[in-house]
Design a protein around this ligand. Structure first.
Ligand SMILES: Cc1cc2nc3c(=O)[nH]c(=O)nc-3n(C[C@H](O)[C@H](O)[C@H](O)COP(=O)(O)OP(=O)(O)OC[C@H]3O[C@@H](n4cnc5c(N)ncnc54)[C@H](O)[C@@H]3O)c2cc1C
Length: 490
């Protein structure tokens, strides 16, 4: 099934969301709340986009009906291209923002389904294999909106969570009952948590191999005991709108701490249980979730780089700095990042891996490109700051400055530029400020650095994990010459 935006909003109004707290209050109607109505509308637009763009709807042989492209299991290179092209269309719609759009976790659910037998069945048995299959079928048939949570709150990173004074700060198993498993704890950030209908909880159990944490599951967010403590909204301030905050008013995503207060997770919603050592197969080997989510991120980044390139060039040309060599160098740097992201996506597809159950993007290229962007995306923010200096500061304050005739004559004269009318120049630079200076823009910068983990650790992982085996091929190249070099006569 493919829903429409109105179906999603109706579902939220019927209570298909978690208990959400905002600034001391329990939110009753999320759809009307200033902190949530923007992302809710954007998610509704995502569903409607499927009905405007036929490339986003596909016949899905795994469920025997038409579904969103994001649930489509690629079986060969051609299929992966089809999936990539569909996802690029979605992120072009978001200009590369709104990373926790429903498609993001739809792909995870599809990947789990693809490995139902060779990983989940093999490692955890038939019951869990069936759970994986049923969860995928349910998600596709109902076109549900999933969010996820992984990382434990930052209580004391010097020790694993099982050694904290309260070992249930990280979500852990409290007890097993005939109906399911009771879990308690919290996860640091769950973007989209407040307005998602479903939750994937999949902790980073490499940080702590205590089996009490080794539980991955999917539950409806309106399950008893599921709570989201939301951050402040970064929507336009009172009195301002889309004119002053063109991006915050479209792509503001809410983040929240997830609290699981003795939540009963039914047995049929669990997909990973009490075998922490099996995380290697899940993340790095058989399922390779790490490859898939990094690949998906690169799609988002590619769309964003296109937007950044357009913004940087339009603004440079508008104010006549585009002929300076130092400016051209900076524009060139952004275009290099753009081209490298496009290349990474094509290469990951070309050099993908054909498995019996799925065609997977190339892990080296996908993980490296996503890690590279942890530094490239914030670097583009820095370049945008350097390019436009004080002119990036958003003056005048708002649209009303154009409406007061006494003031408007100055605005029209002094805020125009050689290339643009005052109105267009102010619109353009309002976009710029929303990218590099607004709360929402700065939150995205932090997201770009940290949403896949800490950049230092991810870059180090290239050596310690990604190229762990393959590095010997390269060492051999040096050894070959070493072996041919003469040895001293002794
Ligand atoms: C905007 C935003 C949205 C997010 N949305 C989600 C979401 O939807 N779902 C989700 O699950 N997560 C989400 N995250 C969280 C994200 O997964 C984490 O921020 C990320 O994994 C990094 O973890 P951390 O913040 O705990 O930092 P840490 O990994 O704890 O790192 C913090 C600092 O401590 C240092 N450090 C920590 N441990 C070590 C160590 N062992 N050795 C050396 N240095 C160390 C790091 O270098 C870094 O400087 C989001 C994050 C952001 C910023």
């Amino acid at each position: 099934m493919i829903r429409r935006g109105s179906d999603y909003i109706k579902s939220l109004k019927e209570g298909n969301h978690g208990e959400v707290y905002y600034n001391g209050e329990k939110v009753e109607d999320l759809t009307e709340h200033p902190a949530f109505k923007i992302p809710i509308k954007t998610v509704a637009d995502y569903y409607d986009l499927h009905w405007k763009d036929p490339a986003l709807r596909v016949y899905n042989p795994d469920v025997g009906e038409e579904t969103s492209i994001s649930y489509f299991r690629p079986r060969n290179k051609h299929d992966l291209r089809k999936l990539r092209e569909g996802l690029v269309r979605i992120y072009d719609f978001y200009h590369g923002y709104f990373g926790r759009s429903p498609d993001y976790l739809n792909v995870w659910t599809m990947v789990f389904f693809a490995h139902a037998e060779d990983y989940f069945g093999k490692v955890f048995g038939n019951k869990i294999m069936e759970n994986v299959i049923n969860i995928y079928k349910e998600a596709t048939k109902k076109d549900l909106f999933y969010t996820h949570a992984i990382v434990a709150p930052m209580y004391d990173r010097s020790k694993p969570p099982s050694q904290w004074e309260d070992p249930y700060i990280q979500v852990g198993i409290v007890k097993e009952t005939p109906e399911g498993v009771v879990v308690r704890g919290a996860a640091m950030l769950s973007t989209a948590g407040p307005y998602a209908e479903m939750l994937w909880y999949l902790p980073n159990i490499r940080r702590d191999t205590d089996p009490r944490y080794a539980i991955f599951f999917s539950i409806p967010t309106n399950t008893k005991g599921v709570k989201f403590l939301a951050r402040r909204g970064f929507h336009p301030k009172d009195g301002f709108s889309e004119f002053e905050y063109p991006l915050s008013s479209r792509f503001e995503e809410s983040d929240a701490i997830l609290v699981l207060d003795d939540v009963l997770v039914p047995w049929d919603r669990i997909i990973f249980f009490k075998k922490p050592e099996e995380i290697e197969g899940f993340m790095w080997h058989t399922v390779q979730l790490r490859t898939w989510f990094n690949w998906h991120f690169v799609i988002q980044h590619y769309a964003r780089m296109k937007f950044y390139a357009g913004l940087a060039i339009a603004a440079a040309e508008a104010v006549g700095i585009n002929n300076f060599i130092n400016v051209q160098e900076k524009l060139g740097e952004i275009l290099i990042y753009l081209a490298l992201n496009e290349a990474a996506l094509i290469a990951a597809e070309e050099a993908g891996e054909e498995l019996p159950n799925i065609y997977r993007p190339n892990p080296y290229i996908s993980i490296a490109a996503s890690a590279f962007n942890m530094r490239a995306l914030p670097r583009v923010h820095e370049l945008l700051r350097l390019l436009y200096g004080g002119s990036s500061i958003p003056v005048p304050a708002g649209i009303k400055d154009f409406e007061n005739p006494e003031e408007a004559k100055y605005v029209e004269k002094y805020l125009s530029s050689k290339g643009l009318s005052a109105l267009d120049r102010v619109k353009l630079f309002n976009i710029l400020w929303d990218v590099i200076g607004s709360e929402s823009g700065l939150r995205y910068e932090q997201y770009d650095r940290f949403s896949r983990g800490d950049p230092t650790i991810r870059w180090a992982n290239m050596y310690t994990e990604v190229y762990k085996e393959k590095k010997y091929e390269y060492i051999k190249l040096v050894k070959e010459i070493m072996d041919q070099m003469p040895n001293p006569k002794r």
